[in-house]
Write a protein that binds this ligand. Sequence first.
Ligand SMILES: NC(=O)c1ccc[n+]([C@@H]2O[C@H](COP(=O)([O-])OP(=O)(O)OC[C@H]3O[C@@H](n4cnc5c(N)ncnc54)[C@H](OP(=O)(O)O)[C@@H]3O)[C@@H](O)[C@H]2O)c1
Length: 345
Amino acid sequence: MIEQGGIVESEANRNAVIAVTMATSRQGMGVVKELCKTNKYHIRAITRNIKSSTALELQSLNNVEIVQGDLLDPESLKKAFKGADAIFGNTTPTKGWKLFRGSIVRSYEMEQGFNLINQVKNEYEKGKLKHFIFSSISKAKDPLKNDPAPGHFSSKWDIEQYIEKLNLNKITTILRPVSYFENFENKIPGYTISKKIFPGIIGENFKWQTIAVEDIGKWVRGVLSKPDKYKNQSIDIAGEELTGLEMARTLQRIVSSEGHKANYLMIPRIAIKFLEYDIGVMADWIERSGYGADMNKLKAIQNELNIVPTSLKDWLKVKLEKQNKTQKSWSSQWKASQWKLQWDK
Ligand SMILES: NC(=O)c1ccc[n+]([C@@H]2O[C@H](COP(=O)([O-])OP(=O)(O)OC[C@H]3O[C@@H](n4cnc5c(N)ncnc54)[C@H](OP(=O)(O)O)[C@@H]3O)[C@@H](O)[C@H]2O)c1
């Protein structure tokens, strides 16, 4: 028997408990939203701040319980993981921006990773935890060209090694996502995505693997549905493999009917290194090594796990639709305020 929120349920009838770390992150939100759609799980969404607007948004979803937890505080993780059947683990290198450093701090992510893996081990030894999914980051196709790797990549691969060191591979699936589509929504003036600009950090002719952040949730749902097959496996996951020019052409095909011309605009590397040094190192690394997702192999696994990847085209259509609505709403609010001003005169 287990007790949840005062309700005592029998083990056989209850939904499996999935603990999701960093639930309010872009990735965490994608995972929680996808899992709650299945109606198969009780999802423990872990956040440092249970009162934030994002935590409250998650709380309004079916089958979701918000739980306080900090990856820097092992005791809080111990409580948050207690009795979980599966854990989705993610870590962040983002500590807060500083001049000449940016916001990425490798040691910050390592500390979270070691705490996370230690508590996964602790929960596994209690006998209930059956499956751990660690979200890492994609590796290179050609590991020999892999050096120097960005700090926030090395930290994740070191955490992968720690999983192995603690002999947890047998219960672990490592998902390694490539760059999110959502990065194209950066706020750098002059480099924000629009009907005329497709911004990127990579030279226009390099192949660049990318994924919609919500698709990471689909992958988690997929591997959770076939744990025995996907434990002890690492999968580099991507939705698209296009050059900057090809991405801009995808945008062009959507906006051409409105008479727009879309161009690929590369953010100068020197500006990236100034704003966020490690992302500049990452851009060098992607051009030199490339991510390691095997797009053909992925197709077969996606079919098996019932994953329909979001295409860049569909993602762009939704984003442009939203931009249109916001602009219309701004313009109607502006017109209404003008009308009010005239009326007030
Ligand atoms: N951007 C990409 O293209 C990309 C691609 C592949 C992998 N990744 C990796 O994916 C990971 C997540 O990135 P994201 O962009 O999805 O995250 P995000 O949206 O920037 O969110 C970061 C989250 O981390 C949580 N957090 C911060 N410090 C924490 C701590 N000490 N303990 C627990 N939670 C903490 C915060 O939640 P609360 O304040 O609510 O606790 C926040 O929701 C990163 O490691 C990133 O490197 C990113």
